[in-house]
Design a protein around this ligand. Structure first.
Ligand SMILES: *Cc1c(COP(=O)(O)O)cnc(C)c1O
Length: 209
């Protein structure tokens, strides 16, 4: 990441690395915890519930982000377990998360996922709906939106999507962006990512689902 920033002439602090541990067991995760890494990402609530309570008990300052889509019937469990939710993307979820945060007196870091490629099969708020959705989250639900997150379409140049996400964040006064995965995190760092989400480049290939 530092090398990419130098190459692009960007002088900045490096993004935080969300180590993505989906489909990986505790035996793979523990060495990274023991080495001192404290920020992790999982894409499924149920799977995270199966493996993280024990790891969090052993490493209480760990922070766990939900980076996959959230269903409203999982909002309670997600708010209880995760320290960050990167995938807020629609009214129903935002309302449930807000309610659970109040009931559980929990305040995970919240980010809105933006479907920058406007792909029908992908979750995320459409760029054209973002202003209204942020307005609902902030004004009506009183949520602090700390970041925007995107997953670019596989066949597109990710730079376009990273630049768009950064522009949207600036335009709407959202302080941080989560963008970049194993294939493109150096570029994301150079284009202003605050969080990069990295699985394969840290752990090697995952078992298939
Ligand atoms: C799996 C996943 C990642 C990490 O992907 P790698 O290519 O293995 O680095 C990042 N973000 C999300 C949302 C993911 O689901």
């Amino acid at each position: 990441m530092a090398e990419a920033c130098r190459r692009y002439g960007v002088d900045r602090d490096m993004p935080q690395i969300v180590a993505v541990t989906k489909r990986l067991g505790p035996e793979v995760i523990r060495p990274l915890l023991e080495a001192g890494h404290r920020l992790f990402g999982e894409n499924k609530v149920q799977e995270a519930q199966d493996k993280w309570p024990e790891l969090k008990a052993a490493f209480p300052d760990v922070r766990l982000h939900l980076i996959g889509p959230l269903q409203s019937n999982k909002a309670r469990d997600a708010v209880a377990l995760f320290d960050g939710i990167e995938s807020l993307d629609r009214e129903k979820i935002a309302r449930r998360v807000a309610r659970e945060m109040a009931e559980q007196a929990r305040a995970p870091t919240l980010m809105v996922q933006v479907n920058t490629g406007e792909e029908p099969q992908k979750s995320g708020c459409l760029p054209t709906d973002l202003a209204d959705f942020l307005d609902l989250c902030r004004a009506e639900l009183g949520l602090n939106i700390a970041g925007l997150m995107c997953i670019p379409p596989v066949d597109d140049d990710p730079a376009l999507h990273f630049a768009l996400l950064k522009t949207l964040a600036e335009r709407h006064g959202v302080p941080q962006v989560s963008m970049g995965m194993s294939a493109d995190y150096p570029l994301a760092a150079a284009l202003g990512a605050d969080y990069v989400r990295i699985g394969t480049a840290l752990f090697g290939a995952r078992p298939t689902a």
